[in-house]
Ligand binder design. Structure first.
Ligand code: GDP
Length: 421
């Protein structure tokens, strides 16, 4: 997997054209395996259906599923400028789970809106999730312009609606682009059908998106994945999520707050006794002191100003996907980076219906597709950051049994009562 690829998500109300946009993109950039388009055309013909670009995506995902090494939720393509990874999942609910669980760290989002139908319920919900996940680089694709005769007035009208509702969420789109994914208008180059549009084509828009500031510039966060013992050596394994780490650095391990020093890095086959590692790399650490260490602990650099919060009460902004409502007193597994703790719902502060963006009067439960501010009490101390400072340790997922039922971000510290009401 190319670490330098730009990670993007495509969101939008069902039927507004997400699969067609992706299918077209894969087709036009030559990302599809040879023969896919012929196969899909043949099947369409045989079944008497018109050809759909959306089927290309299905065929592609199907093929990827058969290869064991490829993650089905990541579609890759490239332009002349760089590589891209589209984070996708077939179903609506899987897609939301995928976005929330943040296997991906999307750097830009494309919100697809049907030019004839305008803003619909899921348009709002998805925008809300983008906000919740801290994705601020949002582009709006006003698709199916062919259905409205490529009229500028209709484009302006839909743009205004989208702009108004994004504003209620405190979001601003980078740009609005009229598109016909089906006919490929404004896709690779500006379409003569819309001479009134002088902005960038879809591909140019993609290439103009900015990659995240590399996380190695942030303070160190190294969640421990595993602790191994080889003969007399003990190796602490994990992935550096932010910052850099050098041999000789003084480190602090949370939640205990114990301090020690890095004496070396275990030598993996491919590297030659490196003295320094940075964000994105998996490392094996050798430490001066042998404390009891375990999966879930977070390592920081002692000298750096920004240290994480350690607490048993945590205030969250969450999106709820559980069939059963979330209610005070109920417990879930709460995961942050490699930590997993049992968390009890202490208080529901605010509930918003993500479909109509209205705050509910009643805060006694959080229902499917609601967005809420919820306070949890955890059994063991939890180590976290505020999402704006650190993404990986500022984001969480809730698991009920084996299901991801919610997730979101942490943006502030809880200041209220710590007892269950
Ligand atoms: P999704 O549910 O958002 O993934 O939507 P699809 O990509 O499956 O598209 C839904 C329907 O809209 C399909 O029948 C597409 O052919 C159609 N569609 C998608 N893009 C366009 C477009 O630009 N113009 C027209 N006329 N139809 C489109």
């Amino acid at each position: 997997m190319d670490e330098s690829a730009l990670h993007i998500v495509m969101v939008g109300h069902v039927d507004h054209g997400k699969s067609t946009v992706i299918g077209r993109l894969l087709y036009s950039t030559g990302a599809l395996p040879a023969g896919t388009i012929d196969k899909v055309k043949r099947i369409a013909k045989e079944t008497g259906k018109p050809f759909e670009y959306a089927y290309l995506l299905d065929a592609f995902e199907e093929e990827q599923k058969q290869g064991i090494t490829i993650d089905t939720t990541r579609l890759q393509f490239k332009t002349d400028k760089r590589d891209y990874i589209i984070i996708d999942a077939p179903g609506h609910q899987e897609f939301l789970k995928n976005m929330i669980s943040g296997a991906s760290n999307a750097e830009a989002a494309f919100l697809i809106v049907d030019a004839a139908r305008g803003v619909e319920e899921q348009t709002k919900r998805h925008a809300y999730i983008l906000k919740l996940l801290g994705i601020r680089q949002i582009y709006v694709l006003i698709n199916k312009m062919d259905l409205v005769d490529y009229q500028e007035a209709q484009f302006n009208k839909v743009q205004q609606h989208v702009q108004d509702f994004l504003q209620t969420l405190g979001l601003t789109a980078v740009s609005y682009l009229p598109l016909s994914a089906y006919y490929g208008e404004n896709l690779l180059e500006n379409s003569p059908k819309m001479p009134w549009y002088t902005g960038k084509s879809f591909i140019e828009t993609l290439d103009s998106a900015k990659a995240h500031k590399t996380s190695e510039q942030r303070p160190l966060r190294l969640p421990i994945q595993d602790v191994f013992k080889f003969d007399d050596q003990r190796i602490i394994a994990g992935r550096i999520e932010a910052g850099t780490l050098n041999v000789g650095d003084d480190i602090t391990i949370y939640p205990s707050g114990r301090q020690t020093k890095v004496t070396g890095f275990a030598q993996w086959p491919q590297d030659e006794h490196l003295q320094s590692h940075q964000a994105g790399e998996s490392v094996g650490l050798l430490l001066e002191d042998e404390f009891f260490n375990q999966r879930g602990e977070i390592i920081t650099k002692t000298a750096e100003n920004s240290q994480p919060v350690v607490d048993t009460v945590i205030q969250t902004n969450l999106f709820w996907m559980g069939e059963q409502p979330l209610v005070p007193g109920k417990t879930y597994k709460l995961k942050i980076a490699t930590q997993q703790v049992t968390a009890r719902v202490l208080k529901i502060l605010k509930v918003t219906d993500a479909g109509d963006l209205k705050a509910r009067q009643n805060n006694d439960q959080v229902r499917l597709n609601d967005v809420a501010e919820v306070v949890f009490q955890t059994e063991q101390p939890l180590v976290y950051d505020f999402f704006n400072d650190q993404h990986v340790t500022g984001r969480f997922v809730l698991v009920d049994g084996y299901d991801v039922t919610g997730g979101g971000t942490i943006t502030e510290r809880y200041q209220g009562e710590r007892e269950l009401e």
